[in-house]
Design a binder for this molecule. Structure first.
Ligand SMILES: NC(N)=O
Length: 707
């Protein structure tokens, strides 16, 4: 155990204090959005944010929910262990899935416009057994990801502040739970935005301190020389010439494959990514995911190339926190490379920066996990089996309860993992073995008419069984025994992961042709319906205020929405359909091209050539990383502000009117411009989706009944 550079109080201040600040911020934001833009958190809104979120905010949400504790910590571990290739293999091995998911996102919006979770799609197509199987995989994914967030986050917080690890496991989710309960998925979009700014700024600070102007390192040339020196004393086995500065790394390559496999599972099976696709406006799904993926790439790439190498360069200097000892294998696996490097370079300031960055990553990613789990519990389990005619109010209550219960269970689980000695690094490499056999059949559910129920049910079960078996058999054969540390070895993890992802490629066609292929009618997916929000909207917009000056706009938002929809009716659904058709056409080639570039065209020639980076090339590599992170900052910080400028203006103006005693102006404006109000837009989009789903006649009937 290293001596903590910060006092325990700092740990509590960040975990509890910052959590409280974000909760307060979210409560205020929810109030502002509700008052000035009539954004009402109905059950639909809680998971789908009006299905109108724009590209920039989708990209920012993708970046922040995909930025786990592991993204920052495990990527640095890889660079520390395998050299500079580790950062690239971490980044590209987890970016392609996001980019490929863009294609699935479009298909989901096209084929099941009113779904809330991908599990509803599985159920509508294959029935209850398949639904149960995929619920297991979806929840297992959320459990694994949340466990990694809490184990990684608590290890770093405890290392930096001496805070009790169990206390960190239980306190980390508290603030997240509070702001998620208040704002639903929109809360995660907005807090994610703030978290991402902090993370990007801190990474840039680390990069400039390491490569441009710091006292301890401060130039690419110095880092290069120290890393070359370190390789002379401690060459990396399996790397070209034992160098830290080559892409030719056996262990790095193995990690690349494990990383690709595991992250297919954690994107395609995590309902959180489907939630965001569902919440996006039809025009935003494709660019949101592609820009989000590209923006995210620079986060692990630059942070690990910076802090992983800084750790290598400084671990034998007195400034290093564990000096004169090096980090133990367990400390490396727990994610302590980044905080140690931060302390060695920047002292207490570095410790504070690392603490805040890891806290932000853990909380923003776990809020997305909480929403994902709550949508499964409320829509798939509660509405699906317990109370099929559940009202929106009932569903939102179920969502809230499931967020609280899941967070408590996960805190307990993460504590258990800590006592059992299972680290974040271990879980990261294990995740593919446990879940990735469900990736191919889940994707085919939206992509292939032929895949039958036998294939969809049995392939993931068989695939996971074979994956676990081959992982353990490989460990036993190689090491003669099965222990936590043996099962963590490269070859065993590689075997299990590859079997998990690829065996369904054999099972699915065999089972499909053995039992007869399905000729699925995609229109059936359009029977999945949105929940009627009328009751919640009326309740929220009926006159309840005592402020005589501020009366609500109208009580029948749905009726106004219907009038607006009537004007657009002739073209809206067709236009949306056409937009999605075009996006789907572009998506296939774009996503494939980007995936091949990141997986093959860029790394493979560098691997094959065994090139050792020259000082100039290293400087260029780092420079590209820094420029790329500036591009990310533009996409996820500036672009959402630009896209949301009108909404920001409307809210600011409303606040000004309120503060200057001109509330009547707000009321007048809202009465005159109902089409600008979020609740109305959301209802118009609901009607368009109904029409695309062929259910418009029922929708009109329902609305006129309400009137
Ligand atoms: N999100 C990941 N794999 O860092």
């Amino acid at each position: 155990m290293l001596e903590a550079p910060l006092p325990q109080g700092a740990g509590y201040a960040v975990v509890v204090g910052l959590g409280f600040v974000f909760s307060l911020g979210m409560i205020m934001t929810t109030f502002i959005l509700r008052r000035y833009q009539k954004e009402i958190i109905t059950a639909e809104e809680f998971v789908a944010a009006g299905r109108s979120v724009k590209t920039g905010l989708i990209a920012a949400a993708v970046v922040s929910s995909w930025t786990w504790a592991a993204t920052l910590l495990q990527s640095c571990t890889q660079v520390y262990k395998n050299g500079i290739s580790g950062g690239f293999y971490y980044a590209s091995g987890a970016t392609v899935q996001i980019i490929l998911f863009a294609f699935i996102a479009i298909k989901a919006k096209q084929r099941a416009p009113e779904a809330h979770t991908y599990l509803e799609i599985v159920k509508a197509r294959y029935g209850t057994t398949a639904h149960a199987v995929y619920m297991f995989f979806a929840i297992a994914t959320n459990v694994l990801v949340t466990a990694m967030l809490l184990t990684g986050g608590s290890a770093v917080i405890s290392d930096l502040t001496g805070m009790n690890t169990v206390a960190a496991c239980f306190l980390l989710p508290v603030g997240v739970v509070v702001y998620t309960l208040f704002g639903g998925i929109k809360a995660t979009f907005l807090t994610d935005y703030a978290h991402t700014i902090a993370i990007i700024v801190i990474i840039l600070t680390f990069a400039f301190t390491t490569y441009v102007s710091g006292d301890v390192l401060g130039s690419t040339s110095k880092v290069y020389d120290l890393v070359i020196e370190a390789a002379k004393e401690k060459p990396i086995e399996g790397n070209a010439e034992g160098s830290f500065l080559t892409m030719n790394s056996r262990s790095g390559g193995i990690f690349f494959v494990i990383n690709i496999v595991g992250n297919f599972g954690t994107v395609f099976l995590d309902n959180g990514y489907w939630n965001k696709a569902i919440a996006s406006s039809p025009a935003a799904a494709l660019p949101g995911y592609i820009f989000g993926g590209l923006a995210w790439f620079a986060v692990p790439w630059l942070v690990s190339t910076t802090m992983g190498l800084a750790c290598v360069a400084l671990e034998k200097t007195p400034a290093f926190p564990s000096y004169p000892n090096l980090l133990t294998a367990d400390e490396v696996s727990a994610g302590l490379v980044l905080p140690s490097a931060a302390v060695a370079m920047m002292g207490k300031g570095g410790a504070v920066a690392a603490l805040i960055m890891v806290f932000m990553a853990v909380t923003s990613a776990s809020s997305a996990e909480f929403i994902a789990v709550s949508s499964i519990f409320s829509y798939d389990i509660y509405k699906g089996y317990i109370n099929p005619s559940a009202s929106g109010k009932r569903l939102i209550f179920t969502s809230h309860v499931s967020v609280v219960v899941f967070s408590l269970v996960m805190s307990g689980f993460a504590t258990g993992l800590w006592y059992a000695g299972i680290s974040m690094g271990y879980l990261y490499e294990l995740m593919g073995i446990i879940i990735s056999a469900a990736v191919f059949p889940a994707a085919m559910t939206l992509l292939s008419k032929k895949q039958n129920v036998h294939a969809v049910v049995w392939s993931p079960i068989l695939g996971t069984a074979f994956a676990i078996m081959s992982w353990l058999v490989c460990t036993k054969k190689k090491f003669g025994s099965i222990t936590v540390s043996n099962t963590f070895e490269d070859d065993a993890m590689l075997t299990g992961n590859v079997v998990a992802l690829l065996s369904p490629l054999i099972f699915v066609p065999i089972l499909t042709y053995a039992f007869g292929s399905q000729e699925f009618d995609w229109e059936i997916l359009k029977t999945i319906r949105r929940v009627d929000e009328t009751e919640e909207i009326i309740e929220a917009t009926e006159p309840v205020t005592e402020d005589a000056e501020f009366q609500p706009v109208k009580s029948h938002m749905t009726a106004i929405a219907h009038d607006i929809y009537e004007q657009k009716k002739a073209t809206a659904a067709a236009e949306e359909e056409e937009l999605l058709r075009k996006a789907s056409k572009i998506a296939g080639y774009t996503c494939l091209f980007m995936a091949i570039s990141l997986l093959v065209l860029w790394p493979m020639p560098m691997y094959g050539s065994k090139y050792i980076f020259s000082k100039k090339f290293f400087t260029g590599w780092v420079t590209v990383g820094i420029i790329w992170l500036f591009f990310s900052a533009f996409i996820v910080i500036i672009y959402p502000l630009w896209e949301g400028r009108h909404g920001i203006y409307v809210s600011m103006r409303g606040i000004y009117w309120d503060l200057t005693g001109q509330t009547w102006k707000l009321r007048e404006w809202q009465n005159e411009h109902p089409e600008e109000l979020h609740v109305v837009r959301s209802q118009v989009s609901a009607e368009i989706a109904h029409e695309r789903a062929g259910g418009i006649d029922q929708a009109i009937e329902r609305l006129s009944e309400k009137d």
